[in-house]
Design a protein. Structure first.
Ligand SMILES: NC(=O)C1=CN([C@@H]2O[C@H](COP(=O)(O)OP(=O)(O)OC[C@H]3O[C@@H](n4cnc5c(N)ncnc54)[C@H](OP(=O)(O)O)[C@@H]3O)[C@@H](O)[C@H]2O)C=CC1
Ligand SMILES: CC(C)(CO)C(=O)C(=O)O
Length: 311
């Protein structure tokens, strides 16, 4: 029996499968809850093609929605897309024990609240993933680059659970930044995701190079970043102006890149519009702050969704 914590990944897609592999490498028992890829993973395990080497593994248990587990995990890592109509609190309910720590590795803003409300006695660790990974076929994940996680206790602080989990990820070969202010870090990541992800969808799956090099593209991104910054400041998370240049310069240095929302759009999957953009606009409205660029993009995406009968 391993003395390492038991891990359960709910939603073992690109992110869940990859970080599950890292914890497996660190010696943890790692089980998964799957939906469409259940049969494939049960039969063949999970294959991860990665610059870090062969990270393929067989989960200790492979569950599907509706299964009843015999034990509950020490850490439940939730990695489903944050979508309207997906009740994440209900999704994890069968697997939550009294002492289970709930870990979110998901994009977006204000995405912890529904889980904190549903499980007030379970600690929540909120994480931001800086990684390029995607599913290529059932049970197969292509990890292209990066992998760092920024991690902190929600709503704030760093506790022993954060320290234990971050050490396990580091043992598995991943860089971790622990933060006292994970909500502020979500805002900081949204400086990038909130402009780039939705624009790439409106632009029919455009990559970062196309977005920045199209005439007027960089100006549009800058205006959107500034609006996100204004909303963050109104929420109590002021940020340095320099971050605008840093986000642009950093993106220009990357090879042309299609973010996770662009990939969802291109693959006909629902996009995380509300988590990444709608919530920012809603918070701006609460503060009476005009965010004309963000709002235009949001409404255009809603029109597109109506036309295509998607979310
Ligand atoms: N991919 C990336 O590079 C990055 C992703 N992120 C964020 O990480 C999060 C996860 O993204 P990613 O891994 O790419 O997404 P994927 O779509 O690859 O994975 C999501 C997984 O959740 C599963 N799922 C959804 N609903 C259920 C359910 N009811 N029961 C069981 N499983 C379910 C999906 O199954 P099914 O196949 O049936 O839909 C799928 O396996 C998102 O918030 C994303 O924004 C952040 C940074 C980078
Ligand atoms: C920042 C980035 C681009 C990769 O980590 C991401 O969050 C995404 O693809 O949605």
């Amino acid at each position: 029996m391993s003395s390492k914590p038991d891990i359960l990944i709910v939603g073992a897609g690109a992110i869940g499968s990859f970080y599950g592999a890292i914890l497996k490498k660190a010696g943890c028992s790692v089980s998964t809850v799957l939906r469409s890829e259940y049969e494939a993973v049960k039969a063949n395990g999970i294959r991860i093609n990665s610059p870090l080497g062969d990270l393929s593994y067989r989960p200790d248990h492979v569950y599907k929605d509706g299964d009843k587990p015999e034990t509950t995990p020490d850490y439940l890592i939730l990695c489903v897309k944050v979508l309207p109509g997906v009740d994440r609190a209900a999704l994890v309910r069968p697997w939550m024990g009294e002492n289970t720590r709930l870990v979110l590795i998901e994009n977006g803003l204000d995405i912890e609240r529904e889980l904190a409300d549903a499980y007030p006695d379970n600690p929540i660790i909120s994480c931001l993933a800086f990684i390029a990974a995607s599913r290529t076929e059932p049970g197969v994940v292509e990890h292209k680059a990066y992998g760092k996680l920024v991690m902190g206790r929600y709503p704030k602080g760093i506790d022993d659970d954060c320290r234990e989990l971050s050490q396990l990820f580091m043992d598995g070969g991943i860089n971790i930044d622990l933060t006292e202010e994970v909500v502020g870090e979500r805002w900081r990541k949204c400086l990038w995701n909130t402009p780039f992800n939705p624009l790439s969808v409106i632009a029919n799956g455009a990559d970062t190079k196309t977005i920045l090099e199209t005439e007027g593209g960089e100006e549009l991104i800058r205006a959107m970043i500034r609006e996100v910054m204004d909303v963050a400041a109104a929420e109590g998370y002021p940020m340095d102006e320099k971050l605008i240049d840093q986000n642009i310069e950093g993106t220009r240095k990357m090879p042309p890149y299609k973010n996770s929302m662009a990939l969802d759009y291109l693959n006909g999957r629902p996009i995380e519009r509300e988590a990444v953009l709608g919530n920012v606009v809603a918070i701006a409205q609460r503060h009476g702050l005009p965010v004309p660029h963000l709002n235009t993009v949001l409404v255009t995406l809603k029109m597109r969704a109506n036309l295509e009968d998607r979310n």
